[in-house]
Design a protein around this ligand. Structure first.
Ligand code: FAD
Length: 395
């Protein structure tokens, strides 16, 4: 291999763009292939914890992301009907003291736009759908839907939960429907009564369902997510518009704040929550995966994008650390990332059960545990995820 390392990244989501930005910083020649005709993200929120914010800092993007962020005061768990506080962990302040970075809510499009600024347009090919990957003795090539082929020294599959690159490495296998669906929407902050929406990350636990809200875009919008059990299958399109009345009916006995947010929403995006088991490996020769392509996870820990962002930074750093040996670099990247991401995947799955307990006895036990923790160790996160937030992939 002579000259600059040529890397193709398949997918321009949050993970793919982070990888591309980091690869450019290391002096690689990068091409991002994106199937969509234009760059963008859905109208919904995403939260980044300190572990992902460290990557933004290392890429020189921290100021730009903070300009479009909202920093919640606490992580608060409430009971679905009464609104009683079951648990509260202070975020703003203690996280900076412990990890040197904070926890923020974003409109996904705002965050995506900041990452786009770090990847000049000449590095991104739009309307470029990958249909196949060929792994050679040296390097690999991506075959596009139009039949054209792009060869490079390394290929990073950042093409999400239905990854074509993953299928090329691991064979076709459908993700599992979890029996849960998810709805999302945004409400202008000024549409809610003063004081109704606390400046926190609030999650409401109910039988068979939960509901989350937090501010985004510097506090101008409130993002909400409703996750509930639903026996029927729906395709996991991120643009599926659900029936507003169906959601209103599902949450009709919930706390008035929840009902008001649902009623005042601009849109009702709905899709099925899919899950996969952790993979035993995700690299072959000059091809690897990152983010949802490698380890899709349920959203109950708000870590899917954070892990994709960590991966993006790690894969670029590993390629820089192993000049001239792409397979060794990608193996080392996978070794660094696999155990951590698998642990987060499995913990997110476990949370889906604990957040939606049906049995009143199990709920009492859970709530008692939270109350005890508030009393004995109020600084600890209710989910005991200090090991997630405290990790610095850039160190
Ligand atoms: C309700 C909900 C809430 C969430 N909240 C959070 C949160 O608060 N915090 C958090 O960290 N995570 C959150 N997540 C998870 C997070 O959204 C995902 O884990 C993250 O977006 C994955 O990023 P990615 O770049 O790996 O994949 P994607 O975002 O799926 O991006 C994949 C990209 O690849 C492109 N693509 C796909 N196939 C091809 C192809 N064949 N050829 C070319 N391009 C292709 C797609 O068009 C897309 O642009 C949430 C998820 C859900 C469902």
């Amino acid at each position: 291999m002579t000259g600059k390392l040529k890397v193709t990244v398949v997918g321009a989501g949050l993970g793919g763009l982070t990888a591309a930005a980091a690869l450019l910083k290391h002096g690689c020649e990068v091409t991002v292939l994106e199937q969509a005709g234009e760059l963008g993200e859905i109208g919904a929120g995403v939260q980044l914890s300190p572990n992902a914010m460290k990557v933004m800092r290392a890429l020189g993007l921290e100021k730009a992301v903070l300009d479009v962020a909202f920093e919640p005061g606490s992580h608060v768990i409430r009971s679905w009907k009464s609104g009683r506080v079951l648990s509260s962990t202070r975020l703003k302040g203690p996280l900076h003291a412990a990890y040197g970075a904070g926890y923020y809510g974003f409109h996904r499009a705002d965050l995506h736009r900041v990452l786009q600024q770090a990847v000049p347009a000449e590095h991104v090919r739009l309307g470029a759908k990958c249909s196949k990957v060929r792994i050679g003795p040296q390097g690999a090539s991506v075959v596009l839907e139009d039949g054209s082929e792009l060869a490079s020294d390394a290929v990073v599959g950042a093409d999400g939960v239905h990854s074509v690159v993953r299928a090329a490495l691991m064979g076709e296998e459908s993700p599992r429907f979890t029996g849960n669906v998810c709805w999302r929407g945004l409400v202008p902050a000024e549409a809610m009564p003063p004081g109704a929406i606390s400046p926190d990350m609030v999650v409401w636990f109910g039988p068979g369902a939960s509901f989350i809200y937090y501010y985004v875009r510097g506090g101008k919008l409130v993002n909400w997510v409703a996750m509930c059990e639903a026996p029927e299958w729906r395709s996991e399109s991120w643009k599926f518009e659900g029936d507003r009345n169906e959601l209103i009916e599902r949450y009709k006995h919930w706390h008035p704040t929840v009902r008001e947010l649902i009623a005042k929403s601009d849109r009702y995006l709905k899709w099925a929550l899919l899950d996969r088991d952790p993979l035993p490996r995700w690299t072959q020769g000059a091809v690897t995966l990152l983010g949802d392509a490698a380890h899709p996870m349920l959203p109950y820990l708000a870590q899917g994008a954070c892990m994709a962002i960590e991966d993006g930074y790690a894969v670029a750093a590993s390629l820089a650390r192993h000049p001239g040996d792409v397979p060794a670099a990608l193996k080392a990247y996978e070794a660094e990332r696999r155990e951590r991401t698998a642990r987060v995947q499995l913990l997110a799955r476990a949370r889906s059960v604990e957040n939606h307990l049906h049995s009143p006895l199990a709920q009492v036990k859970r709530n008692f545990r939270y109350a005890l923790q508030r009393f004995t160790d109020p600084s600890k996160h209710t989910y005991k995820i200090e090991w997630i937030y405290g990790h610095d992939v850039t160190a």
